[in-house]
Design a protein around this ligand. Structure first.
Ligand code: FMN
Length: 211
């Protein structure tokens, strides 16, 4: 049973966080989810999903995953005394989805402006799995360097880039497929229906690169 920390920051793509939370809440592999949403994350969730996720109450969980859940604990971004701010609190993995360039820079620079950054800093110092899902385009050299720096520390950088080899028909197909990739990296089992099997129509399809 895993304990997973989820950070939501103010980059575009909060729908990925919402979908991931639904899966984590449903998964028998996951015993606890610690959730922290940055101030900018609250704003972007409101802009993109039309949801009010300010606060730490059960209402935030209900807004995001459609039901109240004892499994999901919401922390305030200003609460640097929260459990996830300490390495003595055991969290198996942390994922920041979506991850803004500002939070990426803060984590790469070891600067902890809020609980999202502190919790990520803890994962680094404790040598635990940290996954960042950056979203920006185009990237400038500072952002690329920050990603390289973190990748060299073992952080998994999984940009929010949709793929098309599974022939998506709807936006929901894109969201599902990408969220499944995130679950793979968290080692959380799921019913992946679009996993590449190398056998699509053309005989040479299996030789194409997929990811
Ligand atoms: C609607 C909206 C979309 C945004 N999209 C992005 C984005 O895709 N990537 C990014 O790095 N910043 C984006 N920003 C800017 C960040 O929210 C801003 O840099 C913020 O300070 C990040 O703070 P945080 O890392 O503490 O969440 C967006 C802001 C808004 C309001």
């Amino acid at each position: 049973m895993k304990s997973i920390t989820v950070g939501i920051t103010g980059a575009s793509g909060s729908i990925y966080a919402q979908r991931l939370l639904v899966y984590l809440n449903e998964s028998p592999d996951v015993s606890r989810v610690d959730l922290v949403i940055s101030q900018a994350g609250v704003r972007v969730v409101s802009e993109e999903l039309g949801l009010n996720v300010a606060g730490t109450e059960a209402r935030v969980v209900r807004e995001l995953i459609g039901e109240v859940s004892d499994k999901v604990i919401v922390h305030s971004p200003g609460d640097i005394g929260a459990t996830i701010a300490s390495g003595s609190y055991l969290s198996d993995a942390m994922i920041i989805v979506p991850c803004s360039m500002g939070s990426l820079a803060a984590i790469a620079g070891g600067v902890t402006r809020d609980l999202v950054h502190r919790a990520a800093d803890v994962m680094l110092k404790e040598n635990r799995l940290l996954i960042l899902v950056p979203r920006e385009t185009p990237f400038n050299a500072i952002q690329l360097e920050n990603m390289l720096k973190l990748a060299r520390l073992g952080v998994r950088i999984i940009p929010a880039m949709p793929s098309f080899y599974h022939h998506p028909k709807t936006i929901d197909d894109l969201i599902e497929h990408f969220t499944h990739r995130l679950l793979d990296h968290l080692s959380v089992a799921h019913e992946q229906k679009t996993r590449w099997d190398g056998s699509r129509k053309s005989g040479r399809a299996g030789e194409r690169e997929s990811g």
